[in-house]
Design a protein around this ligand. Structure first.
Ligand code: NAP
Length: 429
C-alpha cells in the first residue's frame, strides 16, 4: 500500500464518520456519489447504509486501494470539480469530505454539483475550519499560522477557513441548509494537547517538507548532506531520516549563527539557500508596510546573501562549488502573476539579482550560481491534511519540486551559471 494510502487509513480512524453519516438523510437504494473518496472508507460506510455508491477520486493509486478493499463498490477516476449530470446521471445524494477547501471557486463547483442532484437530493460537505488553530498556541505561532492561511488563500491553494463558509456556499448554490454542525475529530477538532500519535503524524509530514525532499535527493545522489534548520528538534529528526546526513543548527538571520555554521564545517561543495518565509502581513506594493518588507527580506534575501558570502571561502576550495538560490517564479519581473505579495516577490527578485551578479563575480572559478523556481508546490504544511479527494497537481509534489534545485546543485562542469530555471528550462527574469 502506498504511503499516502496508509496515511489515509490512519486518518480515517481519527474521523467521526459514523456520527457524520448519521446526520445525512441517506436511504436504502439511493444513488450516492462520494466525491474525493480516497481509499473508499466513507464510501464503504455509505454502502453499508445500502445506498448505491460510486466513489470518485482523481488519484488512481488511491482508487486501486479502494477497489481492493471494497470490491462491492464502484470506484471511478475523475476530478470531482469536473462533475456534470452526464457523468453519472442524476443522483440522490452527494457526499464530499475535505475537498471544498481545495477549490479556488467553491461556489461554482458546488453549483455544478447541485445540478447533478435529483429533486429532493441531498449534499453533505465536511470540511475543516481553522485547521492549525489548536490551543494553547503562542501569539507568534498564531501570527505565523494566520500568515500561512492568508498566503494559501491568496494563492488559491487551500482555504483553511473553508468550514465556516460552507453554509454560504451551499445557500448560494440554491440549496437549503438542513444541518450545520461540528464533528469531533481525533486530529482536527480536539481540546488540550495533541495525542502522541497525532504529533507523530504531524512530525512525519513536516519531515517531508520541500527542504527535506531536496536534502533527501541530494543524499540519494551520493552527497553527504548537512541539514541546516533553526529548530533543533525538527532539524535533528529530519537529518536522522536521511542516510549519512547531519544536523547543523542555523538561523539564517543570525550573524552569530552563520559564523558558528561556517566554523562547524571544514568543506562545502553545494549550498542550497532554501530557507524562505511569506509574511502574514504581505500585500500589494501600495499598502504593504516597511516592517513586513524588512522581515521578509531578512530571511529571503539578507539571510541567503549573508550565508552565501560567509560560505564562499569554503565553496572556493571545492573543485565544483554550486550555489542554488531557491527562488520563485513570483520573483520574475516579466511574468504576470495575480498574487500581490510584494514583499515576497521583491525578496525573490533581489535573490535573483544575487544569482546573476554573484555568478558574474565568480566567472572563471568552478563555482556555479543559479536560481531555482521549484514551482507551485503543496508543501507539507498544507499537504499534511492529506484529505481524500485531493491529489497534488502533476509535478507539484515536494519530491517533484525538489528536482530543479537538486539538478542545479548537481550541475556538471559545463552546466550553466547565473541562470533562473524551473522544471521546463529557463524562467524569464
Ligand atoms: N511552496 C511553494 O509553492 C514554493 C514555490 C516557489 C518557491 N518556494 C520557495 O521554496 C523554499 C522552501 O519553501 P517551502 O514551500 O518548502 O516552505 P516551508 O515548508 O515553509 O519551508 C521554508 C523553510 O525555511 C525555513 N526558515 C524560515 N526562516 C528561517 C530562518 N530564519 N533560518 C533558517 N531557516 C528558516 C523554515 O524553517 P521553520 O520550519 O523553522 O520555519 C522552513 O523549513 C522557500 O524559499 C520558498 O520561498 C516555494
Amino acid at each position: 500500500m502506498s504511503d499516502l494510502a496508509s496515511q489515509y487509513e490512519r486518518q480515517a480512524r481519527w474521523r467521526a464518520w459514523t456520527d457524520a453519516i448519521s446526520r445525512v438523510p441517506i436511504k436504502p437504494s439511493q444513488r450516492v456519489l462520494d466525491l474525493g473518496c480516497g481509499v473508499g472508507d466513507v464510501a464503504a460506510l455509505l454502502h453499508a447504509k445500502r445506498a448505491q455508491v460510486v466513489g470518485v477520486d482523481a488519484d488512481e493509486s488511491l482508487l486501486a486501494v479502494a477497489r481492493a478493499r471494497h470490491p462491492a463498490i464502484r470506484f471511478e477516476q475523475m476530478d470531482a470539480r469536473e462533475l456534470v449530470p452526464e457523468s453519472f446521471g442524476r443522483v440522490d445524494g452527494i457526499w464530499s469530505s475535505f475537498v471544498a477547501a481545495y477549490l479556488p471557486d467553491p461556489d461554482a463547483v458546488v453549483s455544478r454539483w447541485r445540478e447533478c442532484l435529483a429533486p429532493d437530493g441531498w449534499l453533505a460537505l465536511v470540511e475543516v475550519d481553522d485547521l492549525l488553530g489548536h490551543e494553547p498556541m503562542s501569539a507568534l505561532m498564531r501570527e505565523q499560522i494566520e500568515g500561512f492561511y492568508a498566503m494559501a488563500a491568496a494563492d488559491g491553494r487551500y482555504d483553511f477557513r473553508c468550514g465556516g463558509k460552507l453554509v454560504g456556499t451551499v445557500e448560494r448554490a440554491g440549496l437549503i441548509v438542513e444541518h450545520d454542525g461540528m464533528l469531533p475529530d481525533h486530529e482536527l477538532s480536539f481540546r488540550g494537547s495533541a495525542p502522541a500519535e497525532v504529533i507523530d503524524a504531524w512530525r512525519l509530514r513536516f519531515e517531508r517538507m520541500g527542504g527535506f525532499a531536496i536534502a533527501q535527493q541530494l543524499a540519494e545522489a551520493g552527497l553527504e548532506v548537512i541539514v541546516g534548520a533553526r529548530d533543533e528538534t525538527a532539524g535533528r529528526a529530519a537529518a536522522a531520516r536521511i542516510p549519512g546526513a547531519r544536523f547543523l543548527q542555523l538561523d539564517v538571520t543570525s550573524d552569530d549563527g552563520i559564523r558558528a555554521a561556517v566554523d562547524a564545517l571544514d568543506a562545502l561543495d553545494v549550498l542550497v539557500n532554501n530557507a524562505g518565509i511569506a509574511d502574514p502581513g504581505d500585500g500589494g506594493a501600495a499598502t504593504v508596510t516597511l516592517a513586513v518588507l524588512r522581515r521578509t527580506f531578512e530571511v529571503n534575501f539578507f539571510g541567503a546573501f549573508a550565508l552565501t558570502q560567509a560560505m564562499l571561502p569554503l565553496l572556493r576550495r571545492s573543485p565544483a562549488g554550486r550555489v542554488v538560490n531557491v527562488s520563485s517564479s513570483l520573483g520574475s519581473l516579466s511574468l504576470e502573476r495575480k498574487l500581490q505579495s510584494f514583499a515576497y516577490r521583491a525578496s525573490k527578485a533581489a535573490l535573483n539579482m544575487l544569482t546573476v551578479t554573484l555568478a558574474q563575480a565568480l566567472a572563471g572559478t568552478p563555482i556555479k550560481v543559479n536560481s531555482a523556481a521549484p514551482g507551485y508546490t503543496i508543501t507539507d504544511l498544507n499537504r499534511h491534511l492529506l484529505q481524500p479527494g485531493w491529489t497534488p497537481p502533476p509535478g507539484q509534489t515536494v519530491e517533484e519540486a525538489a528536482r530543479t534545485p537538486v539538478r542545479l546543485a548537481l550541475l556538471p562542469d559545463d552546466g550553466p551559471t547565473g541562470g533562473f530555471f524551473d522544471k521546463n528550462g529557463s524562467v524569464p527574469w
